[in-house]
Design a protein around this ligand. Sequence first.
Ligand code: OGA
Ligand code: NI
Length: 350
Amino acid sequence: MAAPLTSKPLVSDFASSVSHIPSTYVRSMSDRPKLSQVETSGDTIPLIDLRDLHGPNRAKIIRQIAQACSTYGFFQIKNHGVSETTVNKMLTIAREFFHQPESERMKYYSTDSTKTTRVSTSFNVSADKILNWRDYLRLHCFPIKDFIDEWPENPVSFKEIIAEYATSVRALVLRLLEAISESLGLERDHISNRLGTHAQHMAFNYYPPCPEPELTYGLPGHKDPTAITVLLQDQVSGLQVFKDDKWVAVYPIPNTFVVNIGDQMQVISNEKYKSVLHRAVVNTEKERLSIPTFYFPSTDAVIGPAKELINGQASPAVYKSFPFVEYWDKFWDRSLATASCLDAFKAPTT
Ligand code: OGA
Ligand code: NI
């Protein structure tokens, strides 16, 4: 582990008192965000309107989803069914959580990635050689009753708001899984059935303003370990997606979520859909908050390509079937990296 120069583990507790970032956060020259080279206009990820997903336009929306998943691995959605009130309560209370005194946030601090509710920083401080300009609260939220008792007690009503949001986003995810199944030509419940009893986690990512954003990341380039991720973000930009050999900025649109394909969907779809590299950069002016919902198989699930998508020499299985837990252990055993954890699960080539 890279020892921080400051004795404060969380970035939030020293960010505003430094004019240079500690050396433990400074990336080597070749590994910096090169913000001037980021695509900031034109080509960005598609925005899909889900209003008619259950109406006469379903086939058209499914085609848009297929197109977005196969070309970008990322899309934004509007009219997604999660109420504006629920979303705004979530953003407000999450900000309040991070604005609490250090002692309140540190009650939940842990570097143990097996903990189901914890506050931490960077990505995996036990493995990160260079730290990331991010603090986070990460918690499991399905089934809610198994985890709600361990969620933070403060701010008051945090638990209630998280429960409401998690329930609403899960309903959205189930609709998306059906739509994605259909977009692959699979039975509607195919993907849901493959995920065992399902797992849902949430992260609250807090990126304080950074005096030297060119030297570090909020989160370096990575692919998500999920089946799918549904990201809520505030109005401060920072998310970038890798497309056609360049980083493309995704600007927040009010009342939308960003959805992306994760590694498990890449496997189930037999690489018809790819899990795409993305990262979060920081800025000098504004704190940024993002709240991804990570939707996973349960730990007892076995993941592998849908047999309907395997077709002899024309479309051989790209992956073998593997217990999801084997992937999960690999993911948390290391630092966040652009290299995929999936390489270990490729099917033998004949
Ligand atoms: C993540 C992630 C992006 C963001 O938490 O996996 O990619 O904009 N976050 O915070
Ligand atoms: Ni991510």
